[in-house]
Design a binder for this molecule. Structure first.
Ligand SMILES: Nc1ncnc2c1ncn2[C@@H]1O[C@H](COP(=O)(O)OP(=O)(O)OP(=O)(O)O)[C@@H](O)[C@H]1O
Ligand SMILES: N[C@@H](CCO)C(=O)O
Length: 309
């Protein structure tokens, strides 16, 4: 088992896409890298500004997830040398925790001699994240539709398909952190039948529109009543962007995952200038720092390189 360094590249992701709360995910060409090898003693090196402040000892999420995999496989937990970097910011709604979990599971699985299949790793990642949307998109790339299993340990039912040709995403990333936990705590425990039916209809329409490349339907289909209305108070600018983005060149707009990142889909570079000017106008009105990125869909999911020492 020793002498092998595993390098895993994992795409950042967005979850929900509006109405598909905890069920829809999509991967972006914005990557984290996790390198892992068995060592004499554990070292955890977090590289780059995005990972600043994450633990550099056995409390790091990457180590804990890897250790859990060895334990699940019935193996002794080894000391590990771990290095990681991330192009995506943490705690902003771009799936950093799912990327870390998927990266650690896939890397540790290789070091352990591949006791688990990709499907089993997806089930473990979903269990650790609590929902399959970001984890599925990080694992398989493209667009993922998935639900929680009937009982723990069962395989996750999912369908993966490619993002429609020409779909591009503008993301507005506010410079403040919003943990998934905090953004879930503002959601109600109970919803009206009207709101549930509204989301079933819109989420179903969105999946069909994405699968058939009906970009013309996305603005209508991306409307949500289950989480965005409650999270809007945590995310300055969200209401206005959701309301008006389609009048300024977007195909549709949504809160990315649990936020605070806001995403706008668009399909032509001509529309980008207008859309960019619109989001700048909205965000400047709220006096918070933010950055804008244009992201392309990732179709590959997690990628593994094995380096023999
Ligand atoms: N590479 C990493 N190494 C260690 N911990 C990480 C790493 N990436 C993410 N994390 C942990 O995940 C936490 C962020 O998880 P959280 O679910 O709040 O946000 P997110 O995954 O970025 O957003 P969302 O789930 O809404 O898309 C960080 O605070 C950190 O504890
Ligand atoms: N579906 C999750 C994604 C964040 O991890 C949520 O919106 O809370």
């Amino acid at each position: 088992m020793n002498g092998r360094r595993v390098k895993v590249t994992i795409p950042a992701t967005t979850a929900n896409l509006g109405p598909g709360f905890d069920a829809l995910g999509m991967a972006f060409q914005l990557y984290s890298v996790v390198e892992m090898e068995i060592s004499d003693h554990t070292t955890v090196e977090m590289m780059g500004k995005e990972l600043q402040g994450t633990p550099t000892d056995k409390n790091n999420l990457l180590y804990k997830v890897a250790a859990g995999l060895f334990q699940d496989a019935g193996l002794a937990i080894p000391e590990l040398a771990i290095r990681a970097s991330s192009e995506a910011p943490l705690t902003r709604g771009l799936g950093s925790s799912a990327a870390a979990i998927v990266g650690a599971l896939v890397a540790a699985n290789h070091l352990a001699g591949e006791p688990f299949t990709r499907e089993q790793l997806f089930e473990k990642a979903t269990r650790l994240e609590g929902h399959p949307d970001n984890a599925g998109a990080s694992m398989f790339g493209g667009i993922i539709v998935a639900t929680m299993p009937e009982k723990p340990g069962d395989p996750i039912p999912y369908v993966r398909f490619s993002a429609p040709a020409g779909l591009q995403t503008l993301v507005v990333i506010p410079e403040f952190m919003l943990s998934t936990e905090k953004a879930r705590n503002v959601l109600p425990q109970v919803y009206s039948r009207e709101d549930v039916v509204y989301n079933v209809g819109h989420s179903s329409l969105l999946v069909a529109a994405l699968a058939q490349g009906r970009l013309d339907l996305m603005g209508r289909a991306m409307s949500d009543r289950l989480h965005q209305p409650y999270r809007a108070k945590l995310v300055p600018g969200l209401d206005e962007i959701l309301d008006k983005a389609t009048e300024h060149g977007a195909l549709g707009a949504a809160l990315s995952g649990a936020g605070p990142t806001i995403l706008c889909f668009f399909s032509s570079d001509e529309k980008l200038e207008k859309l960019r000017a619109f989001v700048d106008r909205v965000m400047k009105g709220h006096d918070i720092s933010y950055r804008v990125m244009i992201l392309q869909p990732d179709e590959n999911g997690v990628q593994v390189e094995i380096h023999q020492r």
